[in-house]
Design a protein around this ligand. Structure first.
Ligand SMILES: [Zn+2]
Length: 278
C-alpha cells in the first residue's frame, strides 16, 4: 500500500509546487508522510461537508483545489471553521493536500478539463502561456467543431458543467456566431484583456465583476462573456486529476481508490428573481 509521501510525490510530479503563484499555499496541509493511503477523495473546497464526506467514505487523504490556509495562521484551534476542519481530519487520520495555481497552469490542468466539459474539441493552447514553458499556462483556447450561436454555446456549456444555483450569466448578442472559445477556471477577471487580444469569440470564466465586464462589453468587437459559478468551472478538473493519479499508481503496481466529491460547495446556493422579492 502506498504511503502519503508516495502519493504526494506522484501529485507533485503533475502539479509542481514551483509553478504555484508566490502568494499561494499549496502542498501537504496535514497528514503523516509515513501513513498508508488507500482511499483518496478529490474536492474543490476544503470545507466541513467535504471533511464529513471523507469521514463517511473512510478516506485517508483529501485532495482539494483551494487552500485551507491561504494567508497563514498562528492557530489551528477548533474555535474557527478551519481549525475545526483540521481537527476532524487529524483525529481521523485523514491527510489534506492542495494543488491550486500549480494545477491551474499544469498541462493538463484545470482549464483543460473545463474546456472539454463545455464542448471544445481539438487542440487546446494556454490563453496566457507560462514564460518558462509555453505548453503550460493560465486558461485555454480551443474551438467548437462548428460555429453555433452564443445562446446555443451557453446552453451547451450549462449542460456540460455541474448544476449550480446561479447557472451561467451571458454578456453579448445571443444570436452571434461563435466558434473560437477561451476558458479559464476560477476567477478570470485578470485575463479579460488577454482574451480580447487572443481574438476569441467567447471568454468563459467565473467571478466576473460589473465594472470590468461592463467596460469590456462597451468596447465592441471583442468576445462575448460567460460567467459561471466558480466551483463549477474547477470541478471538472477533479475527475482528470483523480484518473491520472489512479492510472499512474496502477502502472507502478499500486492500487488506490479515488472518488470525486459531487457536493456543490459553491458559495451561492440559491437565487431569487426580482419579481420574487416583491
Ligand atoms: Zn478557484
Amino acid at each position: 500500500m502506498p504511503t502519503l509521501a508516495d502519493i504526494v510525490t506522484e501529485l507533485e510530479s503533475r502539479y509542481d509546487p514551483r509553478w504555484a503563484e508566490s502568494w499561494d499555499a499549496v502542498g501537504l496541509v496535514c497528514g503523516d508522510p509515513a501513513a498508508e493511503v488507500r482511499k483518496i477523495l478529490f474536492a474543490v473546497d476544503p470545507v466541513a461537508v467535504v471533511a464529513e464526506e471523507a469521514l463517511d467514505w473512510g478516506a485517508d487523504l483529501v485532495v482539494t483545489h483551494h487552500p485551507l490556509y491561504l494567508r497563514g495562521t498562528t492557530s489551528v484551534a477548533a474555535t474557527t471553521s478551519k481549525g475545526r476542519l483540521i481537527h476532524t481530519l487529524i483525529k481521523n487520520d485523514i491527510g489534506l493536500f492542495t494543488a491550486h495555481t500549480n494545477a491551474d497552469v499544469a498541462d493538463p490542468g484545470v482549464s483543460d478539463a473545463l474546456a472539454r466539459a463545455v464542448g471544445l474539441t481539438g487542440p487546446l493552447v494556454p490563453l496566457s502561456p507560462a514564460v518558462d514553458d509555453p505548453r503550460r499556462g493560465l486558461g485555454r483556447v480551443g474551438s467548437l467543431p462548428e460555429p453555433v450561436t452564443l445562446a446555443e454555446f451557453a446552453g451547451q456549456a450549462a449542460r456540460g458543467l455541474p448544476a449550480t444555483a446561479g447557472g451561467l450569466r451571458v454578456a453579448g448578442d445571443p444570436g452571434r456566431a461563435v466558434q473560437r472559445i477561451a476558458v479559464s477556471g476560477g476567477s478570470g477577471d485578470s485575463l479579460l484583456g488577454t482574451a480580447r487580444a487572443a481574438g476569441v469569440d467567447v471568454f468563459l470564466t467565473a467571478d466576473l465583476r460589473h465594472h470590468p465586464a461592463s467596460e469590456f462589453m462597451e468596447n465592441s468587437g471583442g468576445p462575448a462573456l460567460i460567467d459561471a459559478a466558480h466551483w463549477a468551472t474547477e470541478w471538472p478538473w477533479l475527475a482528470d486529476a483523480a484518473h491520472q493519479l489512479a492510472s499512474a499508481s496502477a502502472a507502478r503496481g499500486i492500487t488506490v481508490e479515488t472518488r470525486v466529491s459531487e457536493t456543490v460547495t459553491d458559495a451561492w446556493n440559491t437565487t431569487a428573481k426580482c419579481e420574487d422579492l416583491t
